[in-house]
Design a protein around this ligand. Structure first.
Ligand code: NAD
Length: 489
């Protein structure tokens, strides 16, 4: 089958409606919105756009399904997730193709995301049946205690556009494992992957009302009525810090449980004793994966002054060899920014740094032609006043700042309100651990540029968020603890 035919087939097979109570429906007012290919500007598909009334219907479905769903055995829930994992493997080409089409990432990276995203289904299928409580006596011996974990209740799951499959599976899988019902709101720019994933969940046997999917051109059409509903018990959000803060404020009205996976400003620290080739390899992965549009992206390269020149030259040579282009072309190694606004924002960051004295060793501007491409860019001489140092860039731009010693490196690394991913390159294990203890980050890659894994707890500190996804910690976010006591027999 030609790539053109494959694209038509997967777009045809992807549901375009709202998934409410097990049925695909049109929006109550017949409204729709278009999904665009950022590499070409073409319209890929037109989807139903949820109204407030649709969102209330999805909330009703989730609330009505909660009690019976909570009573299903953990084995049953585990097996649904396992089947979903198998189905994702069967449809890995379709899912990858959809992600490249709607988000822009090169096909190879999209295939990598199917592996990573699929693993949450397998991991939580395995965790579902291993969630233990306890039976114990009180210290006085007069009472027996039964401590158990119960599903927290209906959840609102809001995902961003940058990892369309993995951000959905990272929330849906633990919620299913714990016995929660849910309403998934995918990002407006990249809903197609979630639509196809939901179709696979239905095929895997998820009962009506347990998983509802409401895409919309308006985020507030979905979040306002659902967040106002007292039956909602949790909101799990991945996205920008300002929106996360707003949701946390609203969540106080009904004392909701919250998980917030927010922005980052990751430092990538290279010490004078680092293996520089390994550091450059790590830098390429930490910076260029997903075109830099990742919350875990290395945002600031903090390099010891004695090796900064050599590191920058090696890094620049690798960046120069990259080839921006349509993710469907096999030789493209960097995709476009997700939309025009994102491209303009990256450009503004670079211009600001250049005005404040930085130099562009490679790149520095948008690529001419159609699509929202930005040249892979290395900036040196970046000061603490530059926006690229202070804010999340979300693009293929690597700013290098030098440091003098360990204390200086820690000071620069922690000089941000964020605390999600960080990276340290050194051949001295004692130094690595020392730095690990001093820097304020939820994740730290030691001599490696990508550490996300379904088995590991993922999440940030400070304004990067609260809660963890993945690992044994991931399911706990969707459960609450109940204690029952009775007189000792
Ligand atoms: P965003 O905050 O603009 O949107 C995220 C989601 O929230 C989307 O579904 C959007 O439609 C929805 N949304 C927007 N406004 C809303 C509102 N007022 N109420 C309810 N929902 C609303 O973020 P984005 O641009 O899609 O994603 C990029 C951001 O996400 C970056 O800051 C990145 O660091 C962060 N991110 C974090 C993680 C993590 O795990 N920590 C992972 C991926 C992305």
């Amino acid at each position: 089958m030609s790539i053109h035919d494959k694209v038509s087939a997967v777009l045809e097979a992807t549901p375009k409606g709202l998934l409410i109570n097990g049925e695909w429906r049109d929006a109550s007012d017949g409204g729709t919105f278009d999904v665009e290919n950022p590499a070409t500007g073409e319209i890929l598909a037109t989807l139903a756009s949820a109204t407030e009334e649709d969102s209330r219907a999805a909330m009703d479905a989730a609330a009505n399904a909660q009690e019976s769903w909570a009573r299903t055995s953990t084995r049953e829930r585990s097996e649904i997730l396992r089947r979903a994992f198998d189905l994702v493997q069967e449809h890995k080409e379709d899912l990858a193709l959809l992600m490249t089409l709607e988000m822009g990432k090169p096909l190879k990276e999209a295939q990598g995301e199917v592996v990573y995203g699929g693993e949450f289904l397998r991991w939580f299928s395995e965790e579902a049946v291993r969630h233990y409580g306890r039976y114990a006596s009180t210290p006085e011996g007069n009472l027996k205690m039964f401590v158990s974990h119960k599903p927290v209740g209906p959840c609102l799951l809001i995902t961003p556009w940058n990892f369309p499959l993995a951000m959905a599976t990272r929330k849906v899988a633990p919620a299913v494992a714990a016995g929660c019902t849910m309403i998934l709101k995918p990002a407006r720019l990249t809903p197609l992957t979630s639509q196809l994933f939901a179709k696979l969940m239905i095929e895997a046997g998820i009962p009506a009302g347990v998983l509802n999917v409401v895409s919309s051109k308006s985020a507030s059409n979905v979040s306002d009525p659902i967040m106002a509903d007292p039956r909602l018990r949790k909101v799990s959000f991945t996205g920008s810090t300002p929106v996360g803060k707003q949701l946390m404020k609203t969540a106080t009205d009904h004392v909701l449980r919250t998980s917030m996976e927010l922005g980052g400003n990751g430092p990538f620290i290279v010490f004078e004793d680092a293996d520089l080739d390994k550091a450059v390899e790590g830098a390429m992965a930490a910076k260029m994966r997903n075109m830099g549009e990742a919350c875990t992206a290395a945002n600031r390269f903090l390099v010891h002054e004695s090796v900064a020149e050599e590191f920058s030259q090696k890094f620049a040579a690798k960046l120069k060899a990259l080839k921006p282009g349509n993710g469907l072309d096999e030789d493209s190694t960097v995709g476009p920014m997700v939309e025009k606004k994102a491209l303009d924002s990256v450009n503004e960051f670079v211009q600001d740094a250049l005005e404040k004295g930085a130099s562009a060793v490679v790149g520095g501007k948008p690529v001419d032609g159609p699509g929202y491409f930005f040249e892979p860019t290395l900036l040196t001489g970046v000061s603490e006043e530059c926006r690229v140092f202070q804010e999340e860039i979300f693009g293929p731009v690597a700013p290098v700042t030098t440091f003098t010693d360990e204390d200086d490196a820690v000071r620069l690394a922690n000089m941000t309100e964020y605390g999600l991913a960080s990276y340290v390159f050194t051949e001295d294990i004692s130094r690595a651990l020392r730095i690990g203890e001093r820097i304020e980050y939820g994740l730290l890659g030691l001599n490696v540029g990508v550490i996300s894994n379904a088995a590991a707890p993922f999440g940030g500190v400070k304004e990067s968020g609260v809660g963890r996804e993945g690992g044994a910690e991931g399911i706990a976010e969707y459960t609450t603890v109940q204690y029952m006591g009775m007189p000792s027999p």
